[in-house]
Design a protein around this ligand. Structure first.
Ligand code: G6P
Length: 598
């Protein structure tokens, strides 16, 4: 949830830390802080609010030093204030720590440490770690950290420094951490975006590993203190990919990037009329597919169910990862568990994946962030290659997830010898059709102006477009704080219809497919009760005007591909409403991009 960055090298640490925090701010953003070691001292600065506040505060202080750690926080334990912001220190102010994750037994540890005379300054679980390390501090910071972590239950990605050691100690369990290896410098971060632009060489830490890092060397050890040989990977992310490129918000940039992002998901995978995926799934052995995910990724999972069942005929179940992990799920021989995650770090999705693996399922990941934990845990994976998604509300990851699921479904068809080339050919045309819809952005903004004061919204769709209705509603509530619900259109009669009056805008996703006539009847029901109808259509029938207040027309495509087009106006509508309301589109209140806590 939070972001961590550390620097050790031959340059001033502060600019690296501040720039790194700015890149990581999308992960958590209620307070931030850093600690720099110099002349045998630790200088700590923390501020409530954005990294900018911290940067302003640090300007007048002239802090120098070549090693330091920093953190941007999304509160879990204790209010978002300066005291609870990281880094946290021990009693003597000689040890500093930044931490992402949750120390589950912190209550018991805190009691123990208090009895031993330790004094606490914050309400956080993290501070317990600083005092535990202090408790074990003999000569060596590394062994003190190792001993402290033996007592800890929970998850962590953490960095520790003290007043004198010329090393940063990093440790990981259930929360990402990677090392960017430069020349005479090493940057450690919870996310590659803080490293991009400095070096392409990265080392990913695995769970229960600890790294002892100096400016020109690093040693990684396992939980038994044995040195682990680590592979150096080439990082794909570039600085250009994580800048706004003239857009007002990352979310707008990411919406407009979708044609290219989808092309990147397809690249190299549909050449010469065949599907090429680097996975080894045998359609004959797959009896059932269980897809697990959270948030927007769960919506693409629902679309995956519809399309896999429709074109392959394999039974698919979809489960919220948070539910799957706790209900002792039944896994049988022939089950394939698919985990979908943009970040690849969502705690519930990871736990669901572990549960599935423990029960013997084969696992497949549909992941955007290269090298992320989900990507490394699964048996096989399909990367989205959508590029970094910075806006908290997911957009391009969603359409690329649906594209990847389509590729997977076609891959299974191909094995059965029944590859539907019509779908393949039409898939190639989707990016250009999305470009067409994006041209409507200005008109959608005019519509947004009309509805920005609404208090509620209803989104209705059927079949493959029911999950699109859910996604449209989620986008709106996430960033505009307008209450919105998505429903299968026919379910409307069983409750939501009671809400319809002239103050309730209802968005219909109504492409001309085999549910079209039914959707039209549902529209009539809303109109008859004075509701305002906004319809996403792909054919302008003469009677549509009488049934709707506003229409947004999208190009025609195959039914099975229509979610890829229909979701675009819904993303734009949510975006423009939130922007017109003057809200923080990229960093909506209370949300975080990557939810690494339960
Ligand atoms: C958070 C984000 C959502 C995202 C969900 C799942 O709630 O705000 O945008 O859909 O996590 O994230 P994942 O990275 O697993 O797709």
């Amino acid at each position: 949830m939070c972001g961590i960055v550390g620097y050790i090298g031959n340059k001033e640490a502060l600019p690296f830390l501040i720039n790194g925090l700015k890149k990581l701010e999308y992960r958590g953003y209620d307070s931030a802080g850093f600690c720099i070691q110099h002349d045998g001292k630790l200088s700590v600065v923390k501020r409530k609010g954005k990294v900018k506040e911290l940067e302003n505060a640090s300007k007048s202080l002239k802090i120098t030093g070549h090693m330091g750690i920093a953190h941007t926080r999304w509160a879990t334990h204790g209010a978002p204030n300066e005291a609870n912001a990281h880094p946290h220190l021990d009693c003597k102010g000689a040890i500093a720590i930044v931490h992402n994750g949750i120390i589950e037994n912190y209550g018991a540890l805190k009691e123990m440490l208090k009895k031993e005379g330790h004094r606490f300054f914050s309400e956080t679980d993290t501070e317990v770690l600083a005092h535990l390390i202090e408790k074990f501090k003999g000569k060596n910071l590394e062994s003190a950290v190792a001993m402290a972590l033996k007592l800890v239950e929970g998850t962590f990605g953490l960095l520790v420094i003290d007043k004198t050691s010329q090393e940063i100690i990093a440790a990981k369990k259930g929360s990402p951490l990677l090392l960017g290896i430069g020349s005479q410098e090493i940057i450690i971060a919870s996310d590659a975006s803080a490293i991009a632009g400095h070096t392409k060489k990265v080392v990913y830490l695995n769970d229960s590993e600890m790294a002892i890092i100096s400016s020109n060397n690093y040693v990684v050890k396992n939980v038994n203190g044995k040195v682990v040989e680590k592979k150096i990977h080439d990082m794909e992310m570039t600085v250009q990919q994580i800048e706004k490129r003239g857009f007002k918000h990352f979310m707008a940039k990411e919406i407009f990037e979708q044609p290219l992002a989808i092309e990147n998901t397809l690249r190299g995978r549909i050449g010469d009329g065949r599907i090429k995926l680097s996975i080894d799934v045998d359609v004959k052995k797959v009896k059932r597919i269980i897809i697990t995910a959270c948030g927007t990724s769960w919506h693409s999972a629902l679309i995956g169910k519809y399309l896999i069942e429709k074109i392959i005929g394999i039974q698919v179940e979809v489960d919220y990862a948070s539910e799957f992990r706790y209900r002792n799920p039944i896994i049988k021989k022939g089950d394939l568990v698919v985990a979908i995650s943009q970040s690849g770090e969502t705690a519930d999705t990871l736990a669901a994946l572990k549960e599935a693996k423990q029960k013997g399922a084969k696992t497949l990941g549909v992941v955007n962030v290269v090298g992320s934990t989900v990507a490394r845990e699964v048996d096989f994976g399909i990367y989205l290659h959508a590029g970094p998604e910075i806006g908290v509300a997911s957009t391009k990851a969603f359409t690329c997830q649906v594209t990847a699921l389509l590729l997977f479904a076609l891959y299974l068809q191909q094995q059965k010898g029944v590859l539907d080339k019509k779908i393949l050919e039409e898939l190639k045309k989707i990016p250009a059709k999305i470009e067409e819809i994006l041209k409507e952005s200005k008109n959608i903004r005019i519509l947004a102006q009309k509805f920005k004061a609404s208090k509620n919204f209803l989104y209705l769709g059927r079949g493959l477009n029911f999950p699109v209705a859910l996604e449209g509603a989620l986008k709106l509530k996430e960033i505009s704080y307008i209450h919105a619900e998505g429903y299968p259109a026919a379910e409307m009669k069983h409750g939501p219809i009671a809400l319809i009056d002239e103050h309730m805008p209802v968005v219909f996703i109504a492409p001309k497919d085999d549910t079209y006539q039914k959707i039209i009847s549902n529209m009539q029901e809303i109109k008859a009760r004075g509701g305002t109808v906004i319809a996403i259509i792909n054919e302008n029938e003469p009677y549509i005007a009488a049934l709707t207040n506003h229409v947004i027309k999208v190009p025609k495509t195959l039914d099975i591909l229509s979610p890829l087009l229909n979701v675009i106006p819904l993303q734009l509508l949510a975006y423009h409403i939130a922007d017109l309301k003057g809200l923080n589109v990229d960093k909506p209140r209370n949300l975080a991009k990557s939810v690494t806590v339960e």
